[in-house]
Design a protein around this ligand. Structure first.
Ligand code: OSB
Ligand code: MG
Length: 374
């Protein structure tokens, strides 16, 4: 295989409802779709997890375009062009940081490579399931009312989701969790703070223990390993890390140091689906469960995440929700929830493609970046 160019499609997708977290509110998902075009005319597809602004992490779409164009694509060499996924990871890791941009470039190439071999991404990664249990991430209501929250959760419970995750922040935590727990006593429930708390909130967060939560996700700033460990000692509820986990080493450090007992795996955050798989394998060897996070993906990113979530140690339901939880119209065939699960795509590569008319409809610009080998 040989990649001639990368075609970057910037797409603007209106969300079905605003998504508010402790770091801010989004009403549209600006998302960068990467198409790797081979000399034989095969296209490979991937979605960059970066948001339009650096609220979740330092990456954002315009920066991803810049680093792909100026650094990552020029870093590809003749050896990389054979498409071997390990070679691609090694070539991109010469650059520091920018894991979401790296994952998108590498996954678009992996998609071409797998399509040429007629192998699915799920089979390549070592999947053992054909469908995955789905949870749903519920934002902070923009009206800040319990009524709005209960309505939204009710819609998801009725749809069949197998786990509810509530976004929390100081001032929006015990009360909403108590209300949802009272209404749905048996529903698997967890919370995500996106770094909004401080070490001094340990006593307050320990009050969540009475609600039988699966976990508390990323309560403290991403670099505060000691704070998370102190919180883990103060709370009976398991601590989970999201933003802190950037590599196998950081995931292993979290578990060994006791900063977290559960890891949220987001491929974009760790720089490659291969690294996401490696973190899964490490956690599995330590009997530590993992789950697949999400970044409000379109069907392109969702397909790849489902392939990953089909690996055996993904024993907790992930944030891999159906297309209609995010978008009235997806750019691929929609993923539809069935009995609280989504099917793992079976076709070659990621198993789905954008529908050309829909991609064009939502696209705000397109840019071709030719590959020039040196
Ligand atoms: O912290 O998991 C997070 C969305 C955007 C950025 C960060 C996060 C999230 C979610 C939603 O929680 C996950 C999803 O449904 O895709
Ligand atoms: Mg999170």
């Amino acid at each position: 295989m040989s990649i001639q160019m990368f075609r970057l499609h910037m797409v603007n997708m209106p969300l079905v409802r605003p998504f508010r977290t402790s770091f801010g509110t989004d009403t549209v998902r600006e998302v960068l779709i990467v198409e790797a075009v081979s000399a034989d005319g095969i296209s490979g597809w991937a979605e960059c997890a970066a948001s339009s602004w650096p609220g979740y992490s330092s990456e954002y779409t315009a920066a991803a375009v810049a680093v792909m164009t100026d650094q990552l694509i020029p870093a590809l060499r003749e050896t990389t062009m054979a498409g071997d996924p390990e070679e691609v990871r090694t070539a991109l890791d010469v650059m520091r940081g920018h894991p979401m941009a790296k994952t998108a470039i590498a996954t678009s190439m992996l998609d071409v490579w797998l399509r040429e071999r007629d192998q699915s991404m799920a089979s390549f990664l070592g999947a053992t399931r054909t469908e995955v249990d789905c949870g749903v991430s519920v934002g902070i209501p923009t009206t800040e009312t319990l009524r709005e929250l209960m309505e939204e959760v009710g819609v998801y419970v009725d749809a069949g989701y197998r786990r509810i995750k509530l976004k929390i922040e100081p001032g929006w935590d015990l009360e909403p969790v108590a209300a949802v727990r009272a209404q749905w006593p048996d529903m698997p429930l967890q919370v995500d703070a996106n770094q909004a708390y401080a070490r001094s909130d340990a006593e307050h967060l320990a009050k969540l223990d009475e609600f039988d939560l699966l976990l508390i996700e990323q309560p403290l700033p991403e670099e505060d390993w000691l704070g998370h460990r102190m919180l883990a000692d103060a709370c009976a509820t398991p601590i989970c890390m999201d933003e802190s986990i950037l590599s196998v080493a950081s995931a292993e450090s979290a578990l060994e140091f006791g900063s977290a007992t559960i890891i949220n795996i987001k491929p974009g955050r760790v720089g490659s689906y291969l690294t996401a798989r490696d973190i899964h394998d490490m956690c599995m060897a330590r009997n530590s469960p993992v789950w697949c996070g999400g970044m409000l993906e379109t069907g392109i990113g969702r397909a790849a995440n489902l392939a990953l979530a089909a690996l055996p140690n993904f024993t907790l339901p992930g944030d891999t929700s159906a297309s209609n939880r995010y978008y009235a119209v997806d750019i691929t065939e929609p993923f539809v929830l069935q009995n609280g699960r989504l099917p793992v795509p079976k076709g070659p590569g990621i198993g789905v493609e954008p529908i050309p008319d829909l991609l064009a409809e939502f696209r705000i610009w397109i840019k071709d970046v030719p590959v020039v080998l040196r």
